[in-house]
Design a binder for this molecule. Structure first.
Ligand code: HEM
Ligand code: HEM
Length: 179
């Protein structure tokens, strides 16, 4: 891919670091960790915020002044940062979370997340975003956004999220945060 991480860092330091962390490991659970996320995925999300097809008031404002090159550059920078492993905060969620992640729910036709997002949550470049060490609260919000289909549209994830209970979402999000 194109994208110059050194140029990206200039933008990150001035604009994005406040919420996502200078090295892409964010502190607040509403702000996703971007470190180690696949470059093309990051770029596509920024394009979607700018186009208004993924709706988030903060990020639409952040993406709108970025040029196409800027978006490649910041995506290159964040994708090359190391994601800091974290521990799941609520260990009581691990049994159900692990069951959903590795096996899904046969009865309600929820597939195993692992099939696409990988056994260790690393995803797959160009295809599936990494989920490992992501904030649980952010994951739960995205699942609800996919389910509602207004702020974020993706057919695959909408089908999956709409079959999940709130308890399953919470549990799988906690599990993923510790991967
Ligand atoms: C989400 C990039 C600045 C708050 C995202 C995502 C990307 C991104 C790629 C989607 C991540 C994913 O799908 O996993 C950037 C860049 C920035 C920037 C490149 C600087 C130009 C900021 C700032 C804030 C912020 C300054 C806080 C004021 C958020 C929030 C979300 C988000 C809350 C989650 C939105 C949702 O719930 O869908 N950002 N960001 N970002 N960002 Fe930023
Ligand atoms: C995106 C969770 C299963 C394909 C996402 C995101 C989350 C998520 C939280 C957004 C990541 C971010 O914002 O950084 C889950 C969970 C699953 C599951 C909990 C199991 C219950 C699957 C499966 C597939 C899949 C089985 C493939 C068939 C995708 C794709 C995206 C995505 C393509 C990117 C969507 C976009 O570009 O907006 N998933 N996932 N997921 N997932 Fe899943």
């Amino acid at each position: 891919y194109k994208g110059d991480p050194a140029k990206g860092k200039l933008i990150v330091d001035q604009v994005c670091a406040a919420c996502h962390g200078a090295d892409g490991n964010s502190a607040a659970s509403a702000n996703p960790t971007l470190a180690g996320q696949h470059q093309k995925y990051l770029y596509e999300q920024l394009k979607a915020f700018k186009a208004g097809t993924r709706k988030n008031p903060i990020m639409m404002g952040m993406a709108s002044p970025l040029s196409d090159d800027d978006m490649w550059n910041v995506s290159a920078y964040f994708s090359q940062q190391k994601v800091k492993p974290r521990e799941a905060a609520d260990k009581t969620q691990m049994p159900l979370g692990k069951k959903m992640y590795t096996g899904g729910n046969f009865g309600t036709k929820v597939p195993a997340c692992m099939a696409c997002h990988g056994p260790a949550g690393a995803g797959m470049p160009d295809k599936f975003p990494r989920l490992g060490a992501q904030h649980a609260a952010y994951i739960v919000k995205q699942l609800n956004d996919f389910k509602a289909g207004t702020d974020r549209q993706n057919q695959t994830m909408a089908d999956i999220a709409s079959r999940m209970s709130d308890a399953e979402m919470k549990a799988v999000a906690e599990y993923v945060s510790g991967l």
